[in-house]
Design a protein around this ligand. Structure first.
Ligand code: C2E
Ligand code: MG
Ligand code: MG
Length: 743
C-alpha cells in the first residue's frame, strides 16, 4: 500500500489544518523548527518550557507536539507523559541527544511518544516523521468516527425494537414510522421471517448495495447473500436468540451482491417475538471503509512510508517475540544493524530527493536480492521480506530468528554488502553505496532487546572504524573464526568452479590375500602449491553452506565414471566407495541422481558402494529408510562409515539395508596394544558377521594391526600400511601389479 499516492486529499487537509506545538528551551532550536515547518503550511505554536506548553494545550487543541528532551524543571519525557494522559490524541515526538537514550527508550516503552529523533536531526527525516505522525492521527480519528457510526447502528436497533413492541400505535402509523426508520438509515436493515427465513422488509440502502429489487429479495433468504452458510448452519448459529440466552448477536462476516462481488459487514441480529410470527431484524454496516482504515492504521503504525519497510516499532515487537521463542527453544538469533556509509554526504551534496530515492532504492534492492539469494533455502526466516526494517534515517536492521551458528549472520551480512555493490539508479544518476554492518548474537551478546540492539549498534561503529563496507561481530572472537571460515568458503567455491578439486582413490584390500578389491573415493583440494587442505576441514564448511550438494554430485559422477573405466580396462573386480553427507540426503533427489548416473555410465551397480555415517540414519530414520531402500533396489552396496564413534547399535542397523561396517580408525590405532580397543573391534567383527554383514577396518598402519584383524577374520583392510589415497594414474599402475601388496 502506498500512502503517499493514496491520500493526496487527506494530505492537503492535514497540512492546512494541523497545529504543531514546538517546545525547546533553546531559542535557536525553535527558530530552526519554525524555518523548517512553516514551508509546509502547518499552524505553529511555540513554548520554551513544559509548563508553558501545558498552558497552551489547555487553551487549544494541538495535533502534534515536538518536544526537546533536556529542559529545566520538566524534561521532555515527563511533559509528553502528561500530554499522553490528558490529550491522548495529540501525537508526540521527542527530540533527544545521544546521552538521553535510556530515558527515551523508557518513554517509548511506556507508549508516551510516537517517535524520537536524534539531535541534530536530519530535516528530511523529521519532516517525514511529522507527516507520518499526522497521517496516523488522521487515521485514528477516522476510526473513532466509524466507531460512532457503529453506536448509531446500535441505537437504531433499539428504536426498531421499540417500534415493533409499541402496541398503542395504529398500524398505519407504525408502518409509516417503520418506513422512515428503514429508509433514513445509512445502514442496511433487513427484516425476515424467523420460520421461513424469507425477507419481509429490506431498506433502500440494502437493496442498492446488494443490487436486488424488493421483488427479487422477497424470494430470497439471508443464506442467499451469505452463500458460505447453509440454512441449517444459520439456524444453529441463531439458537441462542431462540433460547433467549442472548439478546443480540454481533458478528463480522462477508456478504455477496447480486453481481457476486463481496463486501465485509458487521451484523447485529435480533429476534423479535412481538409480531404474530417471530421475525429477525438485522442491521448491517458495510465495514469496507473500517477494514481499509484498520489496515491503514496498522500500516501507519508499523511501516515506514518512505521505503515501505517495517519500522522500528515493528522490529522491536518482532525482536521481542523471537527472543522469547529463542529462550524457550534454545535458539540463536542475530541482529544485524546496517548503516549506509556516507549517506549524509550524499544527502547534503545531491539533495534530499536523491537521498530519499537512495533509501528507497536500497530497500528495494535488499528485498529483491536477498529474497533470491540461496540463503533463503538455509533459513526460513529470510523468506519474508519483512525481515528488513528501517529503524530511521539511514539505519536498517535484519533479524535472523534462527541461526545454527554465528557465521550464518556473517554470511547474510556479506550477501547484503554484495547486493549493494551494483550502483543504484536515481533520477538518471548512478549512486554507489556501501554499508557498515554490526552483528549481535543472542545469547552471547545480550539477552534482552535493548542490549542486543545496542551491541549491534556498537559493532556497527566498529565496522565503520575498520574502514567501512565491512561487518563486525560485537564479540571479537567470532570475527576471527567467521572470517576464516568465510574465506575458506569463498576459496572453496572458486576452487570448485575452476575444477581445482580432485578425487584420489585409496585401495581397500582383501585381508586374506592382500588383493585390491576396491577403492574409496576421497576428495583432495590443493589450495596452493604444497598446501593441501584436509577434507576434514573443508567438508564441514561445504556441508554448512550447501556446496557439498553440487560437489558431492560431481564426486558421484566422476567416481562412477572412473569405476566403469577400470572395468573396461579389465579390472572387473574393482568397486568404488563414495562418501555421502547428510546434507545430500536431505536435498531430496539423491536417489534419482544416483539412478541417473548409474544409467549414464552403464556400470554394474554392485560395484558401487555408498558410505554413510550412523548419524544420517539417526537424524531422520524415515528419510534414510526411504532413500536406502531405493538405493538397495538399484543394486548398490551400503556401508556404515566410522562405525563405533556414533550410536554403534548393531541391532538398530538391522532396520536398514546395510551391507558393510567400517570400523573407525580410532579403534584400530591401538588395537594391537590396547585391551579395550581389541575387545571392541573383536566384538564389532563378530556381531557384524552374525548379522551377515562384511567388516572393513580403516586406518591400518602396521603389520601388528593387520595380524590382529586377520586373526579375527576382518574381511577388508584399508590404511596407509597398504597405501594412501592416490591419483587415478598411480592407482591404475597398482592395479596392474598383482604383487604390489603382498604383505
Ligand atoms: P572417511 O570417509 O572416514 O575417510 C577415511 C579417512 O581416513 C581419509 O581421510 C583417509 O585418508 C584417512 N586414512 C585412511 N587410512 C589411514 C591411515 O592408515 N591412517 C590415518 N591416520 N588416516 C587414514 P581424508 O581423506 O582426510 O578424509 C576425511 C574425511 O572427509 C573422510 O573420512 C570423509 O568423511 C570426508 N570425505 C572425503 N571425501 C569426501 C567426499 O567426496 N564426500 C563426502 N561427503 N565426504 C568426504
Ligand atoms: Mg569414508
Ligand atoms: Mg571413515
Amino acid at each position: 500500500m502506498s500512502l503517499t499516492n493514496a491520500t493526496p486529499n487527506k494530505q492537503a487537509e492535514i497540512n492546512n489544518q494541523a497545529t504543531i506545538l514546538c517546545v525547546d528551551d533553546e531559542a535557536n532550536v525553535l527558530s530552526a523548527l519554525r524555518r523548517l515547518l512553516r514551508k509546509n503550511g502547518y499552524q505553529l505554536l511555540f513554548a520554551e518550557n513544559g509548563l508553558e506548553a501545558l498552558n497552551i494545550l489547555e487553551k487549544q487543541p494541538v495535533d502534534l507536539i515536538i518536544s526537546d528532551m533536556r529542559m529545566p524543571e520538566m524534561d521532555g519525557a515527563k511533559l509528553l507523559s502528561h500530554v499522553a494522559q490528558r490529550w491522548p490524541s495529540t501525537m508526540r515526538i521527542l527530540l533527544t541527544g545521544y546521552a538521553d537514550i535510556a530515558s527515551t527508550i523508557e518513554a517509548i516503552n511506556q507508549g508516551n511518544i510516537y517517535k524520537y529523533i536524534k539531535k541534530p536531526w536530519d530535516d528530511n527525516d523529521l519532516m517525514l516523521s511529522i507527516k507520518h505522525a499526522l497521517e496516523l492521527k488522521f487515521a485514528e480519528s477516522e476510526r473513532l468516527r466509524l466507531e460512532a457510526l457503529t453506536r448509531e447502528q446500535n441505537e437504531q436497533l433499539h428504536i426498531l425494537n421499540d417500534h415493533l413492541s409499541e402496541r398503542t400505535l395504529h398500524v398505519e402509523q407504525r408502518e409509516a414510522r417503520l418506513g422512515r426508520i428503514l429508509n433514513s438509515s445509512q445502514n442496511e436493515i433487513y427484516i425476515f421471517d424467523a420460520e421461513t427465513l424469507h425477507f419481509i422488509e429490506v431498506n433502500e440502502g440494502a437493496r442498492n448495495n446488494l443490487g436486488y429489487t424488493l421483488d427479487e429479495l422477497s424470494k430470497l433468504t439471508p443464506v442467499d447473500i451469505k452463500p458460505d452458510f447453509s440454512e441449517d448452519e444459520f439456524l444453529n448459529f441463531v439458537q441462542p436468540l431462540f433460547k433467549k440466552q442472548q439478546k443480540q448477536l454481533i458478528f463480522e462476516t462477508v456478504h455477496q451482491r447480486k453481481d457476486n462481488s463481496t463486501y465485509p459487514v458487521e451484523v447485529r441480529l435480533q429476534l423479535s417475538h412481538t409480531e404474530q410470527t417471530p421475525v429477525f431484524f438485522a442491521i448491517i454496516q458495510d465495514i469496507t471503509e473500517r477494514k481499509n482504515n484498520e489496515q491503514q492504521i496498522r500500516y501507519l503504525a508499523y511501516y515506514d512510508s518512505l521505503t515501505d519497510l517495517p519500522n522500528r516499532r515493528f522490529f522491536m515487537e518482532m525482536l521481542t517475540d523471537s527472543l522469547s521463542q529463542a529462550k524457550r527453544y534454545s535458539k540463536n538469533i542475530a541482529v544485524l544493524y546496517i548503516d549506509l556509509d556516507r549517506f549524509k554526504q550524499i544527502n547534503d551534496s545531491l539533495g534530499h530527493s536523491i537521498g530519499d530515492g537512495l533509501l528507497k532504492g536500497v530497500a528495494e534492492r535488499l528485498n529483491t536480492e536477498m529474497r533470491n539469494s540461496d540463503y533463503v533455502s538455509r533459513n526460513e526466516s529470510m523468506n519474508s521480506s519483512n525481515d528488513f526494517c528501517r529503524l530511521g534515517g539511514d539505519e536498517f536492521t535484519v533479524l535472523l530468528s534462527d541461526i545454527s551458528q554465528a557465521e550464518d549472520a556473517a554470511l547474510v551480512a556479506r550477501r547484503i554488502q554484495d547486493a549493494l555493490t551494483k550502483p543504484i539508479m536515481i533520477e538518471g544518476r548512478e549512486i554507489f553505496i556501501n554499508t557498515s554492518i554490526g552483528i549481535a548474537v543472542y545469547p552471547n551478546d545480550g539477552d534482552d532487546i535493548d542490549n542486543l540492539l545496542k551491541n549491534a549498534d556498537t559493532a556497527m561503529y566498529d565496522a565503520k572504524k575498520a574502514g567501512r563496507n565491512t561487518y563486525r561481530f560485537y564479540n571479537d572472537s567470532m570475527n576471527a573464526k567467521a572470517l576464516e571460515n568465510l574465506e575458506m568458503e569463498i576459496e572453496l567455491r572458486k576452487a570448485f568452479e575452476l575444477n581445482q578439486l580432485e578425487i584420489y582413490f585409496q585401495p581397500k584390500v582383501d585381508s586374506k590375500n592382500s588383493n585390491i578389491c576396491g577403492v574409496e573415493a576421497l576428495l583432495r583440494w590443493q589450495h596452493e602449491k604444497d598446501d593441501w587442505i584436509s577434507p576434514a576441514d573443508f567438508i564441514p564448511i561445504a556441508e554448512e553452506n550447501g556446496l557439498i550438494v553440487p560437489i558431492g554430485e560431481w564426486v558421484i559422477d566422476s567416481a562412477i565414471g572412473q569405476c566403469k573405466k577400470w572395468h573396461d580396462a579389465g579390472f572387473v573386480q574393482m568397486s568404488v566407495a563414495i562418501n555421502l553427507s547428510s546434507r545430500q540426503f536431505q536435498d531430496g533427489d539423491l536417489a534419482d541422481l544416483i539412478e541417473n548416473l548409474l544409467n549414464k555410465h552403464q556400470v554394474n551397480p554392485n560395484s558401487i558402494e555408498f558410505e554413510i555415517t550412523e548419524s544420517i540414519l539417526m537424524e531422520d530414520a524415515e528419510l534414510a529408510t526411504k532413500i536406502l531402500g531405493r538405493l538397495k533396489k538399484m543394486g548398490v552396496q551400503i556401508s556404515i562409515d566410522d562405525f563405533g564413534t556414533g550410536y554403534s547399535s548393531l541391532s538398530y542397523l538391522k532396520r536398514f539395508p546395510v551391507d558393510i561396517i567400517k570400523i573407525d580408525r580410532s579403534f584400530i590405532r591401538d588395537v594391537h596394544i590396547d585391551f579395550d580397543d581389541a575387545a571392541i573391534s573383536s566384538a564389532i567383527i563378530a556381531m557384524a558377521h552374525s548379522l551377515g554383514l562384511k567388516v572393513i577396518a580403516e586406518g591400518v598402519e602396521n603389520q601388528q594391526q593387520l595380524n590382529f584383524l586377520r586373526e579375527r577374520n576382518c574381511d577388508q583392510i584399508q590404511g596407509f600400511y597398504f597405501s594412501q589415497a592416490l591419483p587415478i594414474e598411480e592407482l591404475t599402475l597398482l592395479l596392474a601389479d598383482p604383487t604390489a601388496f603382498k604383505k
